[in-house]
Each structure stands twice: as structure tokens, then as C-alpha cells.
Design a protein around this ligand. Structure first.
Ligand code: AMP
Length: 393
């Protein structure tokens, strides 16, 4: 069976076409600058890469070109081969606790919840509508970023603010990166051969979140009402004292939205280092003894260690810690520093194993009290798995 996983942005559409008989990627690619001058696409398949600048006025144009190309490049022989389309959806509020078959009601809800994800939900709808226009008979599944976190208890997801903010305005912790944390949880289940484990899943990329998982369920996660909360990220501040907002508004003559923009785009690694949001650049500067980069990196590590320690206590111990996403999968020194700072929990890192790249690697030594793994995340595959699962039901 063949499934397309879609991640639609406001002017982009990312896809992966899977052969689900063996979960292999047949083709993948990106359509960019949709509705903007200079629109283009790149498709990768069987070691080949095709790129073209082409007029794409809207997402429907992009999907038409995508399907035409899949056939003209002989990646598939007819559209009938596509059994389902899975969409990455960002915000399902507390209504969506699992992936769902996409119906008119789901689209209406995505629209209703758009004030919670103003950049993402409208873009997700564009992606869905485009496939409805072009492949109306093919079933579609929606996989929400927020769904995995809906098992948190009320005392966890509520903020200690006036209750009315929750009951009337929906102010609470929702959590994000749920599809990635669920993929990691399922992979740990395959490694351990059981479901009764305590996991701390660290998705640390440009954005980042840490999730505490017990018996396959999310108990707590670091992102909150929006992805701004929790650990320090490439450009996001993570947790801060809200009172600094009106103070800096006055100092800089900015409004609240502009300060939130600063907290989302000009903070974190790039904010503190005044140099780059990319950990590779920061580490290079650290090697050159740049003080701001050293402080930025140390703070970044410290926030991750803080949350791992907090979740260790919350879970009553941990069986396994997993690192994933750009920094988690690739940065040998950051993983080493985090693990060394957690030595008091009985964590011992195997430096040879930690220097390995690529597939799933256990980086803790045999005498470590907690297993530590690097597991490359695969949200697209998770979406394709959910899609096949739901359309087969
Ligand atoms: P992601 O958002 O998961 O795609 O992660 C992107 C981030 O991963 C980049 O901004 C880099 O900071 C980081 N990254 C990727 N490769 C490396 C590496 N080899 N060492 C350190 N950081 C890396």
C-alpha cells in the first residue's frame, strides 16, 4: 500500500511517499514559495533529484504538479496506487486525543482552533483542501501534534492562573511535537519488547521539547499553551518570567506581539550568543572561547538537565532517556555534557557509542542505572502508519 505524508505550511508543502509494505520512502520533496514569485519544487526518488521553478498559485496547483510528476517520473504508474493521504495537523485542542479520518467536522474544528495556532492550522486546511480538490476519493487522515499530550492530568496541564482563563478561554498546557514523542515511545516499546517503561523523550532540534512518558502515555511535557514554553531553543526563549514583557515593552517602545516575536525569533541560542541559532555555529564559537556562545550553550544544556531531573522525580525514576531531532541526533558534545551533568542519577555515558551516527544507538554504558539512546525521529512515518491504520479499520 502507498501512503503520502503531508506537512503543509502557509507557502510550502512537504511530502513523503511511503511503500507501507516495508515502510520505505519511495519519494520525498518540498514545494516552496507557493503563491509567491519564484515558486519551485524539489522531488527526490531512487537516488535522483529533480528541481524546477514553476508557477504555483496555490496549494492545489502544488498537489496537481506533485501527482503529475509522480506519474511522469514513473514513481507510480497511476493515481489509483495512492491508498491514503496523512496530514500533519498542529492544533487539535483537547478535542483530538488521537489521529482521525478527516471529515468536514475536522476541517471546521481546525478553523475554529486557529487562534491557538494562527500560522499552522490555516495552512493545514489549505493542504487538506488541495488534496480534496485533486484526489477527492482518497481517504485522508489527520495526525495532531497536540494529541499525544492529552493524557496529562489536570493539575499538570492547568496553569496557576485565574480558573476562568482555562474554562472560558482555553488557556492551558497543550504540548507540541506529540507525533515525534509518540514515534520515540513506540520505538522504545519495540526495543524493550514491553509497554511498562518510564521514558524521558528529549526532542531537541531548532525547536525543542521534553516529554515524560509512563506506560506509553504522556505524563508531562515542556511546551505549553504555545511552543514558546519549556527548554531554551534555537530562537525561542523557553520559560521566562511573564512580568518582563510589559517592562521591555516600555523600554523598547514595542507592543506585546512584537515582544512575543522577539521571544520566539530572537531569543534562545541566537539571543544569548548574538551570533547564531544553530548549535554547530555555537559550538565552533565555544571552541574559540567566545564568552557569549559559552554562556548560551551552558544555559541550553542546563535547561535540558533541569527538566530531565524534574521528570525523573515525577516519573519516580526512569528506565530510559532518548535524544532525538537535529541536536539530539547529531551533537556528540551536547549529549555528553547533558549526561555528565546527570551523573548523580547514576547515568554513565559510553563515549565510543556516543560518537556513533545514524541509526538507533545505545550511548549509556552497561553499568549505567538508566539506559540512554539516540533514536532518529520519523514523524512522516508515524503519520503514514496512523493513516494506514485508520483507513484499514
Ligand atoms: P531540527 O529542527 O530537528 O531540524 O534541528 C535543526 C538543528 O539541529 C540545527 O539548527 C542545528 O542547531 C542542529 N544540528 C544539526 N546537526 C548538528 C550537529 N552535527 N551538531 C550540532 N547541532 C546540529
Amino acid at each position: 500500500m502507498k501512503i503520502i505524508s503531508i506537512n503543509a505550511g502557509s507557502s510550502s508543502l512537504k511530502f513523503s511517499l511511503f511503500n507501507m509494505d516495508n515502510e520505505s520512502v519511495i519519494a520525498s520533496g518540498l514545494f516552496e514559495r507557493i503563491g509567491i514569485e519564484g515558486s519551485n519544487y524539489t522531488i527526490k526518488y531512487s537516488g535522483e533529484k529533480v528541481s524546477e521553478e514553476i508557477e504555483l498559485n496555490n496549494h492545489t496547483d502544488a498537489v496537481k504538479v506533485l501527482l503529475d510528476k509522480l506519474i511522469s517520473l514513473e514513481i507510480i504508474s497511476s493515481l489509483e496506487e495512492i491508498n491514503g493521504v496523512g496530514h500533519r495537523l498542529v492544533h487539535g485542542k483537547d478535542k483530538y486525543t488521537n489521529s482521525v479520518i478527516i471529515t468536514d467536522e475536522v476541517i471546521k474544528d481546525l478553523d475554529e482552533f486557529k487562534e491557538f495556532a494562527p500560522l499552522h492550522n490555516p495552512a493545514n486546511i489549505l493542504g487538506i483542501q488541495a488534496f480534496r480538490d485533486v484526489l477527492p476519493e482518497v481517504p485522508m487522515v489527520g495526525v495532531f501534534d497536540t494529541a499525544f499530550h492529552q493524557t496529562m492530568e489536570k493539575e499538570t496541564y492547568l496553569y496557576s492562573v485565574p480558573y476562568k482563563w482555562y474554562s472560558e478561554y482555553g488557556v492551558r498546557k497543550y504540548g507540541f511535537h506529540g507525533t515525534s514523542h509518540r514515534y520515540i515511545t513506540q520505538t522504545v516499546k519495540e526495543i524493550f519488547g514491553r509497554e511498562d517503561f518510564k521514558l524521558i523523550s528529549c526532542h531537541i532540534g531548532n525547536g525543542g521539547s521534553i516529554t515524560a512518558v509512563k506506560d506509553m502515555k504522556c505524563i508531562d511535557t515542556t511546551m505549553g499553551f504555545t511552543p514558546l514554553a519549556g527548554i531554551m531553543m534555537g530562537t525561542r526563549s523557553g520559560e521566562i518570567d511573564a512580568s518582563l514583557i510589559p517592562y521591555v515593552m516600555e523600554k523598547e517602545g514595542k507592543n506585546a506581539s512584537e515582544i512575543i516575536e522577539d521571544l520566539n525569533k530572537n531569543s534562545g541560542l541566537v539571543g544569548l550568543s548574538e551570533y547564531s541559532s544553530d548549535m554547530r555555529d555555537i559550538l565552533e564559537k565555544c571552541d574559540a572561547c567566545d564568552e557569549k556562545a559559552i554562556v548560551a550553550k551552558n544555559k541550553y544544556v542546563r535547561r535540558i538537565v533541569d527538566y530531565i531531573a524534574q521528570y525523573y522525580v515525577l516519573l519516580g525514576g526512569a528506565d530510559v532517556i532518548v535524544f532525538t531531532a537535529g541536536v539530539g541526533e547529531n551533537s556528540v558534545p551536547i549529549r555528553r555534557e547533558i549526561c555528565e551533568k546527570l551523573h548523580c542519577l547514576g547515568i554513565k555515558i559510553d563515549l565510543d557509542q556516543n560518537s556513533k551516527r545514524g541509526e538507533i544507538v545505545k550511548i549509556s554504558s552497561d553499568d549505567s542505572k538508566i539506559d540512554v539512546y539516540v533514536i532518529p525521529t520519523d514523524e512522516e512515518l508515524m503519520i503514514a502508519r496512523d493513516t494506514i491504520d485508520l483507513i484499514n479499520r
